[in-house]
Design a protein around this ligand. Structure first.
Ligand SMILES: [Zn+2]
Length: 235
């Protein structure tokens, strides 16, 4: 029975390694997925800024047209001034010309403001695009490394699984089944030491009578509290 327990402890050591590889295998794509999501969120922000820029560009183009019209009408009034016949007509054309000039000034200052805003947005869009490019490059690098890492972990795990099969074959089927049940329940611990009468799985004291039986190593026992298979470590 002592041998059997030792084999079980060996099997558990292998199982623990397998579980830790499995966890890492699951974690790698998860981490990559999180990075992808965060880049995607950033790209959505970039798209919003791009839409904002489009809006400013439209405004700039619209104001540019209005400004050109204002300039055109100033030219028309100037031309008319040359051909007016009366003083009154001259004053009327001049007044209209004045108001067209006022309009032109308003459009000019509005256009200047919009252009400044447009430049600011354009600047941040450029910055976003450049950091996105960097992040995407880093992601594809990481994807490559992750794939390599995954491949090597998978290989190591598969080797361990072969070892595990050999180790499991050395254990009585009933005991193996009992171990497996507890191992699955605790996700990685089916057999634990008892030290000074305390179960190292749940840290409860094992009843003295049971402890003596465990010490005797005649049959395999399970902790009455947590159900893990218990053994005494003599080393
Ligand atoms: Zn226990």
């Amino acid at each position: 029975m002592k041998d059997m327990l030792e084999r079980l402890v060996n099997l558990q050591a292998t199982d623990e390694k397998i579980v830790s590889f499995q966890r890492e295998e699951a974690k790698i794509p998860e981490e990559l997925g999180n990075k992808e999501k965060s880049i995607e969120a950033y790209d959505n922000q970039r798209a919003e800024v791009e839409a904002e820029l489009d809006h400013f560009l439209e405004q700039v183009s619209e104001l540019g047209k209005q400004l050109e019209e204002a300039r055109e009408s100033i030219r028309r009034f100037q031309a008319r001034l040359l051909v007016v016949k009366t003083q009154r007509e001259y004053q009327a054309v001049q007044r209209e010309g004045e108001s067209a000039r006022k309009k032109r000034e308003d459009f000019e200052s509005e256009l200047k403001e919009i252009q400044e805003e447009k430049n600011t947005v354009e600047e941040s869009l450029k910055e976003m695009e450049s950091s996105l490019a960097q992040e995407n490059a880093a992601l594809s690098e990481e994807r490559k490394n992750s794939e390599k890492r995954l491949k090597s972990i998978r290989k190591e795990r598969e080797n361990l699984e072969k070892t595990r099969e050999v180790e499991a074959n050395l254990i009585e089927p009933d005991l193996l089944a009992r171990y497996q049940k507890v191992f699955n329940r605790y996700k990685g611990q089916g057999v634990v030491k008892v030290v000074g009468g305390v179960c190292y799985g749940c840290f409860m004291t094992v009843p003295p009578q049971l402890y003596n039986q465990v010490l005797a190593q005649g049959v395999v026992h399970q902790c009455p509290n947590c159900g893990r298979i218990i053994y005494v470590d003599e080393s």
